[in-house]
Design a protein around this ligand. Structure first.
Ligand SMILES: [Zn+2]
Length: 133
């Protein structure tokens, strides 16, 4: 559990990099890959709101862009007690997280919950559906 607390500290510190001039709602995410690399992401808003990028997809995109696709843990923290991923991020995460990947929703190093992707997106549409054809 020490490792999770370290990831939460990094995520909370990283909230300062959020670009959220419109909502003023900062979100930060940290991805730990199975080979030990850490990738950070923040929400990145846009004057055209629909172009806004969430912190989870930002962090995962950094990992994927480096060819680092085996996700061990993703930490999500925001400016509310517990900030849960939106529907788009749940689908995005389901592409890269496996059944034993951990999703940590954190308020602080002492206040967090750990989930799996099936908790957030049961019966999801996935690459398995396309492979069956
Ligand atoms: Zn999202």
């Amino acid at each position: 559990m020490k490792e999770i607390k370290e990831l939460i500290k990094i995520a909370i510190d990283n909230k300062k990099n959020s670009y959220s001039p419109y909502s003023k709602f900062r979100v930060s995410s940290v991805v730990l890959t199975k080979n030990g690399n850490i990738y950070k992401g923040v929400n990145i808003e846009n004057a055209a709101y629909s172009v806004t990028l969430c912190a989870e997809r930002s962090a995962l995109s950094s990992a994927i862009s480096e060819g680092d696709r085996d996700i061990d843990t993703i930490v999500i923290t925001g400016d509310s007690d517990l900030t849960f991923p939106c529907g788009t991020c749940r689908q995005f995460m389901s592409e890269f997280l496996d059944d034993d990947s951990k999703i940590v929703i954190a308020n602080s190093v002492d206040d967090y919950k750990v989930y799996g992707i099936s908790d957030f997106l049961p019966y999801n549409f996935s690459k398995k559906d396309l492979e069956d054809k």
